[in-house]
Write a protein that binds this ligand. Structure first.
Ligand code: C5P
Length: 216
């Protein structure tokens, strides 16, 4: 039996850090689905620049797109593109790219491809994992935090962008992710919601680990 943990939540809620610590603790395979949307965004931007996502050429390109995952890194055309995915530019573009259904379907297929060889357990983080990608997950967590707390965390990571701009960007991405037509960020009915405002990452990890062990 492969245990599956879904971790959803808005930008800056701590999903990636928590997921990495859980991986260390549990030895499970992890997938950062946000990186898949970021990879698609990066590739589209490189190939087409500002692009009309409804165009047939783009749709065909996406349908035939091949991305490989080796360890945690994503490869396109033999090149490791992971170092280029967590930039301000990709932050600004990714939520629009994550909207159309054909792109969400492609990202979903890639996630399934990447989890195929998982033997121990699996943790996927993202926005629609508990609702769409792993509806049968053993445990669904929804990590949340006040937008100001999330902006502060991001600002500490990337102080080159001002705190106010960081907050504005987070609010814009929240709105887009929560209101889009497909794969919107909502709390799954059976998810456990953890508000991390006043918690350290270690506390969040311990909490999830405890809930998981009580559940299995
Ligand atoms: O988690 P991260 O901030 O890297 O995700 C980047 C963007 O990718 C999100 O703002 C969202 O628009 C999109 N995304 C998504 N569905 C997921 C994961 C990410 O739409 N499962």
């Amino acid at each position: 039996m492969v245990y599956k943990i879904a971790i959803d939540g808005p930008a800056g809620s701590g999903k990636s850090t928590v997921t990495q610590l859980l991986r260390k603790k549990m030895g499970y395979k992890t997938i950062n689905s946000g990186n898949i949307y970021r990879a698609i965004t990066y590739i589209l931007n490189k190939k087409f620049g500002e692009v009309d996502l409804t165009g047939e050429i783009v749709i065909n390109f996406i349908n035939n797109l091949k991305i490989k995952m080796v360890k945690d890194d994503l490869y396109y055309d033999g090149v490791n593109i992971s170092p280029f995915l967590r930039t301000k530019k990709i932050d600004d573009l990714v939520s629009e790219v994550a909207k159309p259904l054909y792109i969400r379907k492609k990202a979903g297929l890639l996630q399934l491809e990447f989890i195929e060889d998982s033997e121990s357990g699996l943790i996927i983080e993202g926005r629609d994992i508990g609702t769409n990608v792993l509806p049968d997950a053993t445990l669904k967590i929804y990590l949340d935090a006040d937008a100001k707390v999330r902006a502060k965390r991001r600002f500490n990571e990337r102080p080159e962008v001002s705190y106010q701009k960081t907050l504005d960007d987070i609010l814009a991405r929240d709105l887009s992710d929560k209101t889009r037509e497909h794969g919107r960020l909502i709390i799954a009915d059976d998810a456990v919601v953890i508000c991390t405002d006043n918690m350290t990452v270690e506390e969040v990890v311990e909490n999830i680990y405890k809930i998981f062990n009580e559940k299995i």
